[in-house]
Design a protein around this ligand. Structure first.
Ligand SMILES: Nc1ncnc2c1ncn2[C@@H]1O[C@H](COP(=O)(O)OP(=O)(O)OP(=O)(O)O)[C@@H](O)[C@H]1O
Ligand SMILES: [Mg+2]
Length: 227
């Protein structure tokens, strides 16, 4: 399954979520490829930190606006169970390329009305891609959620009004995510007993179902986490 973490807005958690998902899938036995489509190189730098520290990490490759072309990602993806694409903010042409090749696009989004409004251009791009790729599935993921505030509760409703399904899984604003990435790990590896690790496993399971039976190489009932 090819999953793209996308969205035009910066700093919503695309890279953090992509990396943590990739590590969690790997910890459950899947062959995972992490595609860094962002010139900022967050995933590549994380991969270097991971390898210097000796942590198990998925293969990380850099790809750009031509990743959807024959001989590019479609050819490479065949050797993996999960391909996770970390898209850059803005860079419409790279996001479009990711939407051309992905089975599933996940749009991380903060839990506020302002975050929901900022989705407009991204939603337009997703609908355009879906108009000629009817099997492209798309969903919203609430990330960096702060506690049980009224704002956080209202956000789900506002996001649902976008017309895309909002995943039941939510990622909280937790220091474990930041520390894990900085250490070259995912949260399931860095803090397996933290709430953050449970959130990522829940997300992985939900995406597995959402992927419409796409092969992912994961036994979703397995309790193993990355070691
Ligand atoms: N669930 C979370 N809890 C706490 N901090 C988070 C979480 N997700 C992301 N962050 C932090 O928010 C900031 C932005 O996250 P990240 O780099 O993943 O976003 P991004 O969407 O990839 O950004 P960009 O658009 O610049 O690529 C980082 O400092 C990251 O550590
Ligand atoms: Mg990023």
């Amino acid at each position: 399954m090819i999953v793209a973490l996308a969205g035009q807005k910066g700093g919503v958690g695309k890279s953090t979520t992509a990396i943590c998902l990739a590590v969690a899938a790997m910890g459950r036995g899947a062959r995972v490829l992490l595609v860094d489509a962002d010139p900022q190189g967050t995933a590549r730098t994380w991969g270097e930190v991971a390898s210097e520290a000796g942590h198990a990490a998925p293969t990380v490759i850099a790809m750009g606006g031509s990743m959807h072309k024959p001989g590019q990602l479609p050819a490479i993806a065949a050797g993996y169970d999960w391909v996770v694409i970390d898209c850059p903010p803005r860079h419409g042409e790279v996001q479009r390329a990711a939407l051309m090749v992905a089975d599933l696009v996940v749009l991380p989004c903060g839990a506020s009305a302002a975050d929901a409004w900022a989705l407009a251009t991204t939603l337009e791009m997703v609908r355009e891609a879906q108009s000629f790729r009817e099997n492209l599935r798309a969903c919203l993921l609430i990330t960096r959620k702060q506690g049980r505030t009224g704002i956080a509760r209202g956000a789900r409703e506002v996001l649902e009004a976008s017309g895309l399904p909002v995943l039941a899984s939510e990622l909280g604003l937790r220091v474990a995510y930041q520390e894990a990435i900085a250490s070259g790990m995912g949260v399931t590896e860095y803090a397996p007993r933290d709430r953050a690790a449970a959130e990522v496993i829940d997300l992985l399971k939900e995406l597995e179902k959402f992927g419409d039976g796409k092969k992912t190489g994961i036994d979703i009932n397995s309790q193993a986490t990355a070691s």
